[in-house]
Ligand binder design. Sequence first.
Ligand SMILES: [Zn+2]
Length: 193
Amino acid sequence: MKCEIVKDLMILYLDNCCSDGSRLEVEEHIKECEECRAVFEEMKKNAPVIEKAPSPSHPRFKRINERKASVLQSVLLFFSFALTVAGTTFEASTPSGGVNGIWAFTLIVPSVGFMLSLANWYFVRIYNNKKTFAVCSVAATFLISACGYIWAFVHYGSNVRILPFIIGIALMLLLSALSGVLSNKYAALIGKE
Ligand SMILES: [Zn+2]
């Protein structure tokens, strides 16, 4: 191959825009030709390093994963919304007319906490790494649920039964842990290592 052609191909080679065949031709040629090798080394020094395969931070890769993560987030939102609806329905149909707040304590409070903490995911870009993001997700579920419990205690007063409260706390802890694990995965998906 002529040196002129090889020099033209070098630009494409360094931009990762040439075929495997052309790459091989360039590599073979610069092994033999001293002049081209010198030119290539000089070009390489000035060119930014570009990996051949799209890396996790590659815009296209990131976009696909963000879509995946959005689907996952929507499913989770639906799940916690369904729990809230179920809790409200059960609460309204209890014989005591919802005075005891059984379903509010077992289902509504923890699932609302979890649902609201998922809103946190929309702001994932402000976090530098997945560890802080996971910790913030757990804390958000926990704090929002805690506020929900304070509200429920004020609303239902002394009619609160201990068992629904314990089950609700257990569900809240479970959802907090789930939120932490999933946000950890979510952050990894969109490249926040
Ligand atoms: Zn040459």
